[in-house]
Every structure is written in C-alpha cells, then in structure tokens.
Design a protein around this ligand. Structure first.
Ligand code: ATP
Ligand code: MG
Length: 318
C-alpha cells in the first residue's frame, strides 16, 4: 500500500434487473434498477472499503446513470479523478434476467457506449504514475482500443515495483483469436496474483487438469492462484507449494452477480494491507458470500468491520 493506490481499468455500467425469473426479455417485464455496476467498478468499490487508497480508469456518459456511479464510488472512497465523461455517448448498461436454473440472460450496451471508450489522458497517466497495484479484468482484452492503456499501465506499475492481479473473466463461449491469445499470454507473464473462477484456469491454459494448469501459470511468472468456487468457497495455491482452502459461508443467494468481484476486491485489499493470507482468504470469502444476499451487484460491498461481523454471525458450509 505504501507504494501507491490499487487501481483498475474498465467498464462502469448500470445494471437493470428483471423482477420475473425466466428466459429472454419478452413479454414486457418489470425491472428493478438502475444499480451501479461493471466488474471493475464493483472490484474497486469493495477494495476501497478496505484500503481507502484506490482509483479507477473508466468512462461514463454525461447522464444520470453515470452520475449515480460516480457518486457511489466517491462516497465509498474511490479516487474518481481518472473517470472521463464522454459528451456524446451514454453510460454503459446491462439488462439482466435470471433463469429458473440460475443462468442469466443479458442485453449489454458496453462497447458502443461510453464504457467502451477507455483511452489515455493526463488524468489517467497521473493515476497510473502513482499506482502500486493494478487489477485487470479479462473483459479488457477484447475491448477495442483499451489494450494500449492496459499495456502502458501494467508496464509502468511493474517497473516501479508494483504488482498485478488478473481476473480472467473468460467464459468458454468466448471465441478467441490470435490477438486475444497473445494478450492473454502476455498478461499472464506480468501477473502476480491470478483470480480465476470455476474452470477458467483450464480455459486460459488450454489444459484439462487443474494441477497442470496451475504449474503452467507458475512457470510463466504467476506467484499465487486463488480459485473462486462459488458456493464451495475458494482455494489459494502459491508458488512455493502452499495450499490454503476456505469453506464457503452458508447464505441465501438473492443475486449472485458481483460475488467474484467483491471477493477479488477484498482479497487484494487485505493483501495490500499486509494481512496474512489465511485471514485475507476468509475475509474475501465473506465479502463474496455477503454480496450475494443483496439485490444489485455493488449493494453488498462491505468494510472490514462489516465483514468481521458477518464472519462472526454466519455459519459455514461443511
Ligand atoms: P461472478 O459470478 O460475479 O463472475 P465469480 O464466478 O468470479 O463471480 P464466484 O466463485 O461465483 O466468482 O464467487 C466468488 C466467491 O464468493 C466464492 O469463492 C465464494 O467465496 C463466494 N460466494 C459466491 N457465491 C456464494 C454462495 N452462493 N454462497 C457462499 N459463498 C459464495
Ligand atoms: Mg459465479
């Protein structure tokens, strides 16, 4: 933390959720929202509640959806100086509907919104030049125009002794071309902490065995892998062969969106405060589990105090 703030780059969105469970968006439904959203925004909001020292590089539109995000992030302690306001494009959005089986249907407006316009300027360069850690979301790899700033930020921060965490956020369905694969492999060589969820580590390493996959990412420079496993908790593997697992908390899932980002924000925040790995893992599990109890992806972000209270009062799955 002494080196400088934890920062991230990426989309700020509003999320608008169908109240009725089911498939698709017809017939006319009723909706709840807008809620502040966007994976990097959720991550940094949760991280800010733990370390204070955080910032985000993103673009919003000059509209009420952008305003509601900026107000939330600022209230929670995120440095918003590197959030640009596009004068023409609307703030990004995601309409979401949960299906009976827990899958989600989406209508995204990201790439063609302000959220998709992430470019360097004096404010972004100033934040990058101060940063001590950067968290990268896989969605950035495929965002047109965003790669230059990602590469610049990662190089600058690594050069000054900072660290990098990477949440691949890459689903199997995503088709990957040569550029995408090249960027992914480059990013893995720069990553200190890798935070995949489910089977993502197999997808990004093109393997079928978790142990092989983990060895593979260690061999290119990753120092720690934390596997997020939804209602099965999480496991940390470090470069030296230490394995630390953490069972999930027993909670009623209201809205699972954002759990992974809260987990990551809390974990990175705790580690940057130099909390021990085991305590950080427990707090991150708590942050993920606590968040799924709230409607709205950013509504369940929590301070250290709130997380400690949650840990005290919530049973664990056995
Ligand atoms: P997202 O769906 O937001 O992309 P993710 O797939 O990246 O999330 P998950 O593994 O779903 O990440 O959730 C992150 C962490 O949050 C888990 O490792 C776990 O600690 C906690 N968590 C998520 N869902 C639950 C749940 N239903 N019960 C208890 N803990 C949960
Ligand atoms: Mg999940």
């Amino acid at each position: 933390n002494e080196l400088g703030p934890t920062i991230t780059i990426g989309e700020i969105l509003v999320e608008i959720m169908a109240s009725e469970i089911g498939e698709g968006f017809a017939p006319p439904l009723t909706f709840k929202g807008p809620f502040p959203s966007g994976a990097p925004a959720i991550f940094i909001d949760q991280c800010a509640k733990i370390t204070k020292n955080t910032g985000i590089i993103a673009t919003i539109g000059q509209d009420a959806f952008g305003q509601l995000n900026i107000e939330r992030l600022e209230k929670d302690g995120v440095d918003i100086s590197a959030i640009s306001i596009d004068p023409y494009l609307p703030t990004g959005s995601a309409f979401i509907r949960y299906q009976e089986n827990g899958e989600r249907d989406f209508v995204f407006n990201i790439v063609a919104s302000a959220a998709g316009k992430i470019t360097r300027n004096d404010n972004t360069d100033a934040l990058i030049s101060r940063a001590g850690h950067i968290h990268i979301m896989g969605t950035l790899l495929a965002m047109p125009g965003a790669w230059d700033i990602v590469e610049y930020a990662v190089n600058t921060i690594k050069k000054r002794g900072g660290s990098v965490s990477f949440d691949p956020n890459i689903r199997k369905e995503l088709k990957s071309d040569a550029t995408f694969t090249h960027r992914l492999n480059y990013l893995l060589t720069q990553t200190d902490l890798l935070l995949p969820s489910g089977e993502e580590i197999l997808t990004i390493t093109d393997t079928t065995d978790i142990q092989v996959a983990i060895k593979k990412v260690f061999s290119v420079g990753v120092k720690e892998v934390v596997l997020k496993q939804g209602d099965k908790g999480a496991v940390s593997y470090d470069y030296y062969g230490n394995i630390t697992s953490c069972e999930a908390f027993e909670v009623k899932e209201i809205d699972p969106t954002g759990a992974g980002d809260c987990f990551g924000g809390a974990y990175v925040g705790c580690r940057r405060l130099d909390l021990p790995l085991e305590d950080s893992l427990l707090l991150a599990n708590a942050a993920g589990a606590r968040n799924v109890q709230f409607l709205g992806p950013m509504e369940g972000t929590a301070s250290l105090k709130e997380l400690q209270m949650f840990i005290k009062n919530t049973p664990r799955r056995i």
